[in-house]
Design a protein around this ligand. Sequence first.
Ligand code: CTP
Length: 427
Amino acid sequence: MPVSQSPSETSPDSLSGTRVLLIISGGIAAYKSLDLIRRLRARGARVRPVMTAGAQAFVTPLAVGALAADKVFTELFSREDEQDVGHIRLARDCDLVLVAPATANIMAKMAQGLTDDLASTILLATDRPVLLAPAMNPKMWSHPATRRNRETLAGDGIGFVGPGLGEMAESGERGEGRMAEPLEIVAAVEARLAKTQPTSLPGSGPTGPLSGRRAIVTSGPTHEPIDPVRYIANRSSGRQGHAIAAALARLGAEVTLVSGPVTLADPKGVTVVRVQTAVEMRDAVLAALPADIAVMVAAVADWRVADVAGGKIKKAPGEDPPPLQLTENPDILKTVGHHAQRPRLVVGFAAETDDTVDNGRLKLARKGADFIVANDVSAGSGVAGGVMGGTRNRVTVIGRDSEESWPELDKGMVAERLAALIAARLG
Ligand code: CTP
């Protein structure tokens, strides 16, 4: 059984009837937009292109128009275009606005609400979902100004795909800033459009392939106290678990998210139970049963301190450091995987630094899971910023009779694909 579709295997008419307004801004990655247009159209989307002046320095409107089989819009104050379509109609007459490549400049203009050309005016005037595929030099991407703009735009509900790690076409520099590949962008367009499907009556939750299903997700680290002021913890940020809870909710599931201490906002439409320790997490998960789906993403501490000191442990001059006696924590995934009320689908994660897939396969059997999402959390994993605490992930999804490696993706995209896999599996 195939575990999931890779981007290249998406259904040929997955975007049938959708209208994508594609804004191409000025960067060398604009050449990839030609392939992107082809891929979007191959899936049934109508692509209406808008090009900035900068984009036209890299690819010609003639080539873009020929591949899109549509008129290319370039001017804000074009008498002919304004009478014909008009920039407000251009901004609204689509299902999604995609900016690929999105330069640092266009992101900065969007974050400030500046409108000095057709592209930026459309981006301020649109009421449609907007997805950006940034592409720029790694130094520009990591600059505090760009990071601020990215945060602002994410807070405004703008979606992002990429950038990835790679070699810059123009300078040969390596780092994060390379535009996502066209197929990855197509997958993000599909996911973004799936999210904006109409929902049911207010208060009844979104409809979707998982409506009527209950899901439990664990996320984040656990904190195991040593004394009232100290604890044992790990680097987990909760990003992956929270994104999975949100993605399952968007597909209509009723989600209980049991979260260790994290600094993230609660995902929309999800019931959040906050805990500190592994024992509290286990209790909260068992209290949330029965459920159809369990996705155990939390980086649960394997051990806790056997005798937590009631007062702060003091150091005395000349004395040895106090010994820490540890005891094993309950294994929540294993408990759920073998529980009398075992959910129909149990998914675990495997954080590994060596032999990722072999260890993931052993965990699948040991813990009674249907899938293990194995990720390499070693410093040398090659994932930009590292997996634990970072924003990107590269995983191998191991099923009882299947195994599939996904490319390095935003944790949000990993969550979308995993939620889609779960929905497909529950049929
Ligand atoms: N897990 C759990 N309870 C624990 C430990 C782990 O529910 N006490 C879950 C995690 O949420 C994850 C899976 O088990 O879904 C694997 O976690 P991982 O830390 O990779 O494995 P461990 O079982 O802790 O094994 P080891 O540390 O020896 O690799």
